[in-house]
Design a protein around this ligand. Structure first.
Ligand SMILES: *[C@@H]1O[C@H](CO)[C@@H](O)[C@H](O)[C@H]1NC(C)=O
Ligand SMILES: *[C@@H]1O[C@H](CO)[C@@H](O)[C@H](O)[C@H]1NC(C)=O
Ligand SMILES: CC(=O)N[C@H]1CO[C@H](CO)[C@@H](O)[C@@H]1O
Length: 332
């Protein structure tokens, strides 16, 4: 018995040290990336084939693989939409992929090293986001999202229940404070929800689409803790060395562009943003690019009278409609 004691104290010492540092819980990269995700297909969404009514045909992993829409190239994970086929506006839509991680995370640091994201194009709507499928309660973090020729990433948090932050004075350019899908007081079901914009902010330049790709991409880091939620964006040339070396320490990084710790008014962050599944999708048109939105963007409207018409007839506009991931890591 006694001779075990020194061993125990060494273990305790190591444990005390590693409670300061973060531990790598999961890595999605290279040839093991795909096995960490489920590919969702159009048939999973009875009705329109897409939860957001997009003009999209989500294909299975085997179809995506055989068509070259999901592959590993030189260690990088390519996930893309078709850019070769002219299709009918009465078809399901343009072939694309939607991946959902098999495991979710509660409290952790999600680091996505992305070499390329879908480039700007009329009709495109890509997203990299996380979501609690149990909705107990509803909690969604849209880390990367944009449409059409949007210049910068728009980050949004969605909850069902009072949750608001004051993001004014932080680094983003267009702060929104109320996360509650039900607006100030209403319910959150699809027929009564009013606040689809949610809360969030617009990220710095170089954070989305062509601008992001021109820089060789970069890293998005999202930290969710019991009482705080922070999102950083680092362009390729300013990624902290501790991220690159696999020992991330957010305490030493520059201020995040979204900081929901300093600004929380009435939000139990840990409860709203738990059990987050990682989702990667590329859709077209749909709820966010409806006819009014299409009409309001003259650079798109001048090309075709409807979003669907443009997406159906112009495959080559989507040559840049792909993600290229170096890795996605979860530290806890
Ligand atoms: C689709 O077109 C791209 C170029 O835009 C080409 O690299 C690729 O091989 C084509 N894929 C198929 C399946 O034809
Ligand atoms: C939000 O934060 C900004 C910057 O710190 C401050 O000027 C403003 O008064 C705050 N607004 C509210 C409603 O608290
Ligand atoms: C079609 C689809 O899956 N759309 C989702 C893509 O991501 C956004 C979040 O940014 C969701 O709101 C959509 O439901």
């Amino acid at each position: 018995m006694r001779c075990l004691l020194p061993k125990i104290s060494i273990v305790a010492l190591v444990a005390a040290k590693s409670s300061v540092a973060l531990t790598l819980a999961r890595t999605y990269s290279g040839s093991n990336f795909m096995s960490g995700f489920d590919f969702r297909v159009a048939a999973d969404y009875p009705g329109s084939g897409d939860p957001t009514n997009g003009f999209v045909n989500y294909v299975s992993q085997s179809t995506a693989t055989s068509r070259g829409l999901a592959k590993v190239v030189n260690g990088q994970v390519y996930l893309g939409a078709d850019s070769n086929k002219t299709i009918s506006t009465s078809s399901q839509g343009r072939d694309s992929v939607r991946l959902e991680s098999k495991q979710s995370f509660t409290n952790g640091l999600l680091i996505a090293d992305i070499a390329h994201m879908p480039g700007n194009a009329c009709g495109i709507w890509p997203a990299f986001w996380t979501y609690n499928f149990d909705e107990d309660p509803y909690g969604e973090i849209d880390i990367i999202e944009g449409i059409n020729n949007q210049a910068n990433d728009i980050v949004s948090l969605h909850t069902c229940g009072a949750c608001s932050f004051n993001f004014s004075g932080q680094r983003g350019t267009d702060p929104r404070s109320n996360c509650n899908l039900g607006g100030e007081s209403g319910g959150c079901s699809d027929d009564v929800a009013t606040n689809y914009d949610g809360c969030g902010n617009t990220a710095p330049s170089g954070s989305y689409g062509n601008g992001f790709n021109t820089n060789g991409g970069g890293v998005y880091a999202t930290q969710v803790l019991a009482s705080s939620l922070k999102i950083w964006f680092f362009p390729r040339n300013s990624i902290p060395a501790d991220i690159t070396s696999g020992n991330p320490n957010p305490a030493g990084w520059p201020a995040p562009f979204l900081d929901a710790e300093k600004s929380s008014k009435n939000c139990n962050v840990g409860n709203f943003f738990k059990k987050q599944t990682i989702i990667i999708n590329i859709t077209f048109c749909g709820s966010n690019i409806d006819q009014d939105m299409w009409n309001s963007e003259s650079s798109c409207k001048s090309k075709a009278s409807t979003c669907k018409g443009f997406v159906a007839a112009n495959p080559s506009a989507f040559a840049q409609a792909y993600w290229l991931f170096n890795s996605i890591k979860v530290y806890q």
